[in-house]
Design a protein around this ligand. Structure first.
Ligand SMILES: NC(=O)c1ccc[n+]([C@@H]2O[C@H](COP(=O)([O-])OP(=O)(O)OC[C@H]3O[C@@H](n4cnc5c(N)ncnc54)[C@H](O)[C@@H]3O)[C@@H](O)[C@H]2O)c1
Length: 432
């Protein structure tokens, strides 16, 4: 099939490359000329394991085309996927749909024959209706169908998630269109993905309800971890004991920092706004949002406690600053709150992240990027493990502490408290 992805970000680029790898011809359109030029030169603008190889392979076989010429891409495609951002609005906590509506309006100019327009961006319920209205201003109803196909891939595991999804959700009010999408996804369905079709509004709600539920699970276990710390119970045991119940499930029950990233914070907020709009009080999600904000304060207080409230001039090494491993995405990472706080209180921060230096910290005095675990830990008073990148899972702390003893705050529970104690380290973790 001939496909067009509008927006070559995390979702558009990954799903575009994966669809091309399944044998489709895919136009990846982005309005950001620098990004398009970069991609055409073989440079990948995001950090996502396996993506560079996949793009290279499909680009050279001409199944994957990067362009800023939206008109050409649309006239030559049968199915158009909207993959533009839906960030939090500047004025309130709703989803900013201006990119979606602008893209819809641009698409409408170039519809020359029947097109299926698929919303992959996460959008509030009834957005599909509005996209349809925008296109109807320029084109007849017979020429297009707007459907929803929410994306569930996770950064860091995006290619695997695309290839082996738990489910493919299609929200469409037209059976023929649903069948066409089923045909497009057939290779994944054959490998075991469940294809679930519902109406357009239903699919829009499924995406938000899923993300808000996962955010709830994280906040829930984080609060239980607080209780474990007070009662001398190991949160890991509690997570295992709970997760063995199939109704609960073991995933997303790992206590740690506040949830972050480009999806959970903005989607939980947007969902509560939608609830309010329809006079439905989504009180559980509102509480989760508050709990997550409080989580950042709780961890800061813990750091203060570990350093006996003496932060000024303390050398703090941070291992990992992204919201999760295997991505360079800094959006809503709790490090964006923790690092500036410690810096303001006079700490000297050295951080190392395998995905590289971050522009978010470049203007902060006394915040330095280091290129390895060894350099970041040099003369540190405290090492904080913030993100669970693989290379932080087997650190030789004895070697690192040859010149200076440091404390360790492991926010991801990567090490055993018992073993660390045996090695003589002043080691702190979450809920243990
Ligand atoms: N990042 C994720 O892990 C993830 C997972 C599932 C769903 N989503 C959802 O998918 C959507 C996209 O997320 P993302 O992280 O890929 O965003 P992103 O910010 O990485 O990428 C969006 C891209 O769209 C481009 N763009 C915006 N308007 C355009 C237009 N009119 N024409 C062409 N290009 C345009 C931007 O330049 C940018 O490159 C969001 O709604 C998000 O909530 C994201």
């Amino acid at each position: 099939m001939k496909l067009c992805m509008i927006g070559a970000g995390y979702v558009g680029l990954v799903s575009g490359a994966c669809f091309a790898d399944l044998g489709n011809t895919v136009y990846c359109v982005d309005k950001d000329l620098d990004k398009v030029n970069m991609l055409n030169k073989g440079k990948i603008p995001i950090y996502e394991p396996g993506l560079a190889e996949l793009i290279k392979k499909n680009y050279s076989s001409k199944r994957l085309i990067f362009t800023s010429n939206i008109g050409h891409a649309i006239t030559h495609s049968d199915i158009i996927f909207l993959c533009v951002g839906t960030p939090t609005s500047k004025n309130n906590k709703s989803a900013d749909l201006s990119y979606v509506y602008k893209a819809a309006s641009e698409i409408s100019k170039f519809i020359n024959k029947f097109k299926i327009i698929v919303t992959k961006s996460t959008v509030p319920v009834t957005t599909g209706d509005k996209i349809e209205k925008i296109i109807l201003q320029k084109k007849r109803k017979k020429l297009f169908e707007v459907i929803s196909n929410p994306e569930f891939l996770r950064e860091g595991e995006a290619i695997r998630d695309f290839r082996f999804p738990d489910r493919i959700v299609i929200g469409s009010n037209n059976k023929n269109t649903t069948r066409k999408l089923e045909a497009l996804y057939e290779p994944l369905i054959k490998k075991g993905a469940t294809f679930f079709a519902t109406n357009r509004r239903g699919a829009e709600i499924i995406k938000y309800a899923s993300n808000a539920f996962l955010a709830t699970k994280i906040s829930y276990i984080n609060e239980i971890a607080n209780l474990c710390e007070k009662t001398n119970v190991n949160i890991e045991d509690v997570s295992i004991g709970m997760g063995l119940d199939k109704r609960i499930g073991s995933r997303f029950l790992r206590a740690g920092p506040a949830y972050g990233g480009s999806c959970f914070p903005k989607d939980t907020n947007a969902l509560t706004v939608t609830g309010d709009l329809y006079k439905t009080n989504l009180s559980i999600i509102k509480t989760v949002i508050k709990s997550n904000a409080k989580r950042k304060k709780i961890l800061i207080n813990r750091i203060k406690q570990i350093l006996s409230n003496k932060i000024k001039n303390k050398k703090i090494a941070i291992l990992g600053v992204t919201f999760k491993p295997n991505t360079d995405d800094m959006r809503e990472s709790s490090s964006l709150v923790v690092i500036p706080y410690l810096q303001k209180k006079g700490a000297i921060i050295n951080y190392y992240d395998p995905s590289g230096k971050k522009k978010e910290f470049s203007k902060l005095k006394n915040v330095f990027f280091c290129k390895s675990i060894e350099t970041v830990s040099l003369k540190a008073d405290l090492i904080i493990i913030h993100t669970e990148w693989d290379e932080f899972k087997s650190i030789d702390f004895r070697k690192l502490s040859k010149n200076k003893r440091f404390k360790i705050y492991d926010m991801r529970n990567l090490y055993s408290p018992k073993k660390m104690k045996k090695l003589g380290f002043n080691y702190f973790s979450i809920g243990r």
